[in-house]
Structure formats: structure tokens, C-alpha cells
Write a protein that binds this ligand. Structure first.
Ligand code: SAO
Length: 340
């Protein structure tokens, strides 16, 4: 006779959910491609008008909208759909916090491809997507990153801009290492009128940063160094060096050698601001932060999500006097402030 499983009994639910997780991300991508969230935000809340607005079949839209309701992106009352507050903020194209473009990086074919042979990456202990994965010189994926990820970095960049404005208002020489889109340095230039920002990155990526500096009206105080952060001369006398989302791509030893070079480039009293995924010492919490390590396994030869203890050790070994950890509002990443 069929009987319900007792509560707390074994269940294959996690296995099925995880095995099918790709369907969830593809459904989200389809909805963003069709601009379904914006259409619902505009009040097209029933299948026929929604389908017309999105240029899709009624059967397709019904099944997709129901699936997104099940996943928690929409709510449904009778036959009418509504955006949840999070979907309205992040997935309606008219919102200033719209995140749709972020899939341009997170779903970039080269990025997904790095996960297609994860078994081999685990065997090897590093990426099998080419010799150096995403840290190969001038890897084209970084242009996708620079063009797509601004919505995700807007909030932490603003927070760091405000932090510098408060704690180092007269900052003059700023070096933004691996600047990408450039937003972090640009937010500082926008808030600190004496700041001269030098952005370093691969040449094709700097094109994107320069465009943004121009749009932000700070281009006369924006300078660039094109090339490899490990090879190029930085110059000296910097009051502030920004290291956002860079160290996690490399081994501790490689990070340490870069930090030594940075230490030499700082003026007395200079600081480094690092933005990173910093898991607890157990390396499994908080989950969204600790999970970042898997991305480094799939996409880089030796990168990792390092703990605060490990960062403290790297900065100390490179000659820094002290490193502090600060939370960042609106982000799962944290800021490390290291004093020369
Ligand atoms: N060896 C290298 N030298 C200089 N830049 C690099 C190197 N390897 C990777 N990058 C850049 O590192 C950046 C990592 S993404 C981080 C971008 C930005 N700082 C942010 O926090 O959002 C990309 O823009 C890459 O082009």
C-alpha cells in the first residue's frame, strides 16, 4: 500500500532540484530575453496580452509565467500575474537597478563552457578551459564583464566611494588595478574633487572604462595603464590602490608578490581597498560567498575564495601594517582596508 513518507525521511528532492537547475536558469534567461518582467510591470498581467507584448505564443508564455511563479519570481492570483518586489527592482528594464544585462557575463558561452568539464577540473585541481582559463592575457570574456556587470557593481562602488569620501576626502593619486568597467575608481573621482585616477587593465577592457569615465564627466582626471598588472610599472606615490575582484583569480603566492609591488607604489599613509568574497574559516559559510570558490576552480588555474585570515597573512607578508574587514551594504562581498 502507498503511504506518505514520514516527515524528515529520506528524499531525492535535492538531487532532482540540482540535476534540473539548468532549466531554472534557462527559464530566467528566456524571460529576460522576452522582456517578460517589464511587460508585467507595465500591467500586461494576463497570458493573451502578455504574449502579444512579448511577441511569443500564448502556450509558451503561460507555461513560462507559471514556472517563474513556482520559482518565486512572480505571484499569481486567478489568472493575473504580478512582479514580486525583488523582480520589480531588478528585472523590470525600467528600474535603475535592472540586472538583465548581467547575464551577458554570467551566461557568456565561454564562461558556461568552463563548467562543462568540471569533473576534469576537479581531477586536475584547476581550470581545463585553456591553459590559464580566464586569466589568460587579454581574455575576451573581460570585455563582456566590463559591459555587463555594472548593475551588480553599482551599489558596492557607491559604498566604497562614500567610504573614501569620508575617510580620505583629500585623496589625490588613486590606482585602480584590474579596473574592468572602471566604476570603482570613477565613483571615487566623482566624490573626491582632487582625485586623479589611473586605471590598469587589458587594452580592450580599458576602452570600456574610458567610455564610462567620459559619460561620468571625470575624463580629465582619468588616466590608464594598458597591460599586465604583474608586468607593468605602476609608478609611485599613490594614496589609494583599489583591488576589487582581482586577487581571487590567483594563488596566495602570486597575490603576495602583487601586494609587495603595490606596497612599494604607495605613499606614506597610503591604503589598499580590496573588495572580495571572504568566506568564514569553515569555507562553507555564508553559502553564497563560499560557493564562489567553485567558479575559481572551473575558470582559473589557482584562484580561490580566501578567508580573512588568509588575506591578513598575505598583506602582512607583503609588508602592510594592518588589515581591517568591513561589510558592504547591499553586497555579499566585503571590503578589506590595508594600511601601508
Ligand atoms: N594579468 C592581468 N593584468 C591586468 N588586468 C587583468 C589581468 N588578468 C585579468 N585582468 C582583469 O581583471 C578584471 C577582473 S574583473 C574585476 C573588474 C572590476 N575591478 C570589478 O571589481 O568589477 C578584468 O577586467 C580583467 O580584464
Amino acid at each position: 500500500m502507498l503511504k506518505p513518507e514520514p516527515a524528515g525521511g529520506p528524499t531525492p528532492q535535492l538531487f532532482f532540484q540540482t540535476a534540473n537547475a539548468y532549466q531554472r536558469s534557462q527559464a530566467l534567461k528566456a524571460a529576460i530575453d522576452l522582456d517578460l518582467f517589464t511587460a508585467i510591470g507595465l500591467g500586461h498581467d494576463q497570458v493573451p496580452t502578455l504574449a502579444e507584448r512579448c511577441g511569443a505564443a500564448t502556450r509558451g508564455v503561460r507555461i513560462l509565467a507559471d514556472y517563474l511563479t513556482i520559482q518565486g519570481f512572480l505571484t499569481k492570483e486567478g489568472d493575473r500575474y504580478k512582479l514580486t518586489p525583488d523582480s520589480a527592482l531588478f528585472l523590470d528594464r525600467r528600474s535603475p537597478a535592472y540586472m538583465g544585462s548581467v547575464l551577458g557575463f554570467l551566461h557568456a558561452p565561454k564562461f558556461i563552457a568552463a563548467f562543462e568539464n568540471l569533473t576534469e577540473a576537479v581531477r586536475k585541481g584547476g581550470t581545463v578551459a585553456g591553459e590559464a582559463g580566464t586569466v589568460s592575457p587579454e581574455h575576451p570574456l573581460w570585455v563582456d564583464f566590463a559591459r555587463s556587470m555594472i548593475p551588480m557593481m553599482a551599489k558596492p562602488a557607491e559604498e566604497i566611494g562614500m567610504f573614501v569620501r569620508q575617510s580620505q576626502p583629500n585623496v589625490k593619486k588613486v590606482l585602480d588595478i584590474a579596473a574592468g568597467h572602471g566604476l570603482f575608481g570613477i565613483e571615487i573621482a566623482a566624490r573626491c574633487p582632487e582625485a586623479e585616477v589611473t586605471a590598469l587593465d587589458w587594452p580592450n577592457v580599458l576602452t570600456v572604462a574610458r567610455e564610462l569615465a567620459h559619460k561620468s564627466g571625470i575624463e580629465s582626471r582619468y588616466h590608464t595603464i594598458a597591460g599586465d598588472a604583474f608586468q607593468q610599472e605602476f609608478g609611485e606615490g599613490y594614496d589609494l590602490v583599489l583591488l576589487t575582484n582581482f586577487l581571487h583569480h590567483f594563488s596566495m603566492q602570486t597575490c603576495e608578490s602583487l601586494l609587495r609591488k603595490i606596497h612599494r607604489s604607495l605613499a606614506p599613509g597610503g591604503r589598499v581597498i580590496t573588495l572580495e568574497f571572504v568566506p568564514h574559516d569553515d569555507r562553507v559559510t555564508p553559502p553564497p560567498v563560499a560557493e564562489f570558490s567553485l567558479i575559481m576552480l572551473a575558470t582559473t588555474p589557482e584562484g580561490d575564495a580566501y578567508t580573512f585570515r588568509e588575506y591578513e597573512q598575505m598583506f602582512a607578508a607583503a609588508g602592510f601594517a594592518r588589515t581591517e574587514l568591513h561589510p558592504v551594504a547591499g553586497s555579499i562581498e566585503q571590503v578589506l582596508v590595508s594600511m601601508r
